[in-house]
Write a protein that binds this ligand. Structure first.
Ligand SMILES: Cc1cc2nc3c(=O)[nH]c(=O)nc-3n(C[C@H](O)[C@H](O)[C@H](O)COP(=O)(O)O)c2cc1C
Length: 187
C-alpha cells in the first residue's frame, strides 16, 4: 500500500514535516510512505493551465493519482489552510481526471496553539468532500503545543503523540482497504 505524504508547510524546520517523517517508523506492515515535494509548484494561475500544465503540476497530479492514499500533515494558518496545501488541492482538482477522485485521505495537524489545528482540519475535510476524496473520519489527531513534542534535532519524542499517530496509520490502512473493496464492488 503506497501512501503519498503531503506537508502543508514549506518551512525547513517544519514540525508537520518532522511528524510526517516520524510516520515512516509508525506505519503498519505493508504500508510505505513517500513524501511529496510541493515547494516547486507555481501558485495556481489559470493562464498556466491554458498554456499547458507546468512540469511540477503534472508530477504531483500523477503522484496523487498513483498513490493508494494520501497522508496530509498540515499547520493551521489564520484558522484555515496554509496556501501551499490549498495550492496542491487546486492543481489536483483540475479536470480531466481530477486527481482526488475516490482517493482515501488521512489528516493530522501540528500547531503551536493548544487546539492543534482543529479548525484547519475541518476546513480541509469540507473542501475535500466535494472532490470525492474519502477522508478518514476517525481517529482525529491534533498535535497542539507542538514545540514541546520534538527534540532539538526534530525527532518526535512525545510518546502519546507517537501512539496517536500509530493509531491513525493503522486506522488508515483499514480505511484504504475498505475504500478499495467498495470501489471493486466486493462485499
Ligand atoms: C501565517 C500564520 C498563521 C498562523 N495561524 C495559526 C492559527 O490560526 N492557529 C494556530 O494554531 N497556529 C497558527 N500559526 C502558528 C503555527 O501553528 C505554527 O507556526 C506551526 O509551527 C506551523 O507549522 P510548521 O512548524 O509545520 O511550519 C500560524 C502561523 C503562521 C505563519
Amino acid at each position: 500500500m503506497n501512501i503519498l505524504g503531503i506537508c502543508g508547510s514549506l518551512r525547513q524546520a517544519s514540525y508537520n514535516m518532522a511528524a510526517l517523517r516520524a510516520c515512516h517508523d509508525l506505519m503498519p506492515e505493508g504500508m510505505t510512505l513517500r513524501i511529496a515535494s510541493i515547494g516547486d509548484l507555481p501558485m495556481y494561475n489559470d493562464d498556466l493551465r491554458i498554456d499547458g500544465l507546468p512540469e511540477p503540476v503534472v508530477r504531483i497530479r500523477s503522484e496523487i493519482t498513483a498513490a493508494d492514499g494520501l497522508l496530509i500533515a498540515t499547520p493551521e494558518y489564520n484558522f484555515s489552510l496554509p496556501p501551499a496545501l490549498k495550492n496542491v488541492i487546486d492543481w489536483a482538482s483540475l479536470p480531466p481526471r481530477q486527481a482526488l477522485q475516490d482517493k482515501p485521505v488521512a489528516i493530522f495537524s501540528c500547531a503551536s496553539g493548544p487546539l492543534g489545528g482543529a479548525r484547519v482540519q475541518y476546513d480541509l475535510r469540507r473542501i475535500l468532500t466535494p472532490l470525492w476524496a474519502y477522508t478518514l473520519p476517525r481517529p482525529e489527531v491534533f498535535i497542539g503545543s507542538v514545540d514541546t513534542k520534538f527534540d532539538a534535532r526534530g525527532h518526535l519524542t512525545d510518546e502519546t503523540t507517537r501512539r496517536f499517530l500509530a493509531e491513525l496509520l493503522h486506522g488508515f490502512r483499514d480505511w484504504v482497504l475498505r475504500m478499495q473493496r467498495s470501489q471493486s464492488g466486493a462485499p
